[in-house]
Design a binder for this molecule. Structure first.
Ligand SMILES: [Zn+2]
Length: 243
């Protein structure tokens, strides 16, 4: 590029996306004189889903602003909690976030997830069609224009991923109301209704069941219950602290 030079400063929360030489104050960028500021920011590695606002010489500008020579640009991080207007809060997770998807469903958060890789275009189209916030660690995916909304997941560890999503979006939690397999809503079920899914020992030991309204899967407080309850308890406590 060989056009106007601008100076650009990234908020500390965005530093992990940019080259280490851009992590201290405003640094020069030579632009092409035609690209939008949003494009320039993306080309430096920052997904726009993580940008809370852009300012030029102290004045807010849209991502479509075309920078002119000598402008001083500040890139702010997205605010927490982040309010996503236009639809009830619901998520779509990419193929690498299966554990996070199951945990969000366990907590009753509406979470779509496909265990097979349907491709970036199909994921972005689903985000748009169903007005779901796409969660991903893939910056390329988060750059897709069709996305309704998106968010970068900062950690590779499911515990931290869940904490991050709870902190950023503050979703309402309704534990034990959704199917962790398909995201369908659960209803109470009698033992007879789910009998064909129970082994003899389970049939003898348990009396309280739930069943998914979508896929029919039966749920009861079986062997893994304590482990799941611990995840629920911790999430509820984090959520309560966040207010
Ligand atoms: Zn189900």
């Amino acid at each position: 590029m060989n056009g106007p030079e601008i100076h650009i400063e990234f908020a500390p929360a965005l530093h992990l996306f940019v080259d280490h030489t851009r992590r201290r104050g405003a640094t020069p960028v030579v632009t092409d004189g035609a690209s939008s500021l949003g494009h320039v920011v993306e080309s430096l590695g920052v997904p726009l889903t993580e940008v809370g606002g852009l300012a030029v010489d102290g004045r807010d500008v849209p991502a479509s602003h075309v920078p002119r020579a000598e402008e001083r640009v500040q890139v702010r991080a997205v605010e927490r909690p982040q309010h996503v207007p236009g639809a009830p809060l619901r998520f779509l997770l990419d193929v690498h976030l299966g554990t996070l998807a199951r945990r969000l469903r366990l907590l009753g958060v509406d979470t779509a997830y496909e265990s097979t890789d349907i491709g970036d275009a199909a994921l972005a189209a689903r985000s748009a069609a169903e007005k779901r916030v796409l969660l991903s660690r893939d910056r390329g995916l988060l750059r897709r224009r069709e996305l309704w909304a998106g968010a970068f997941v900062y950690s590779t560890r499911p515990d931290d991923q869940l904490r991050d999503v709870l902190d950023r979006f503050r979703p309402e939690l309704r534990p034990w109301t959704r199917c962790s397999a398909c995201n369908g809503l659960l209803r109470q079920a009698t033992k007879d209704e789910v009998a064909d899914q129970l082994e003899h020992g389970t049939r003898r030991t348990y009396d309280v069941f739930a069943q998914c309204r979508e896929c029919g899967r039966a749920y009861w407080k079986g062997a893994h219950h304590d482990q799941l309850q611990a995840i629920v308890d911790e999430a509820m406590s984090i959520r309560a602290q966040l207010g």
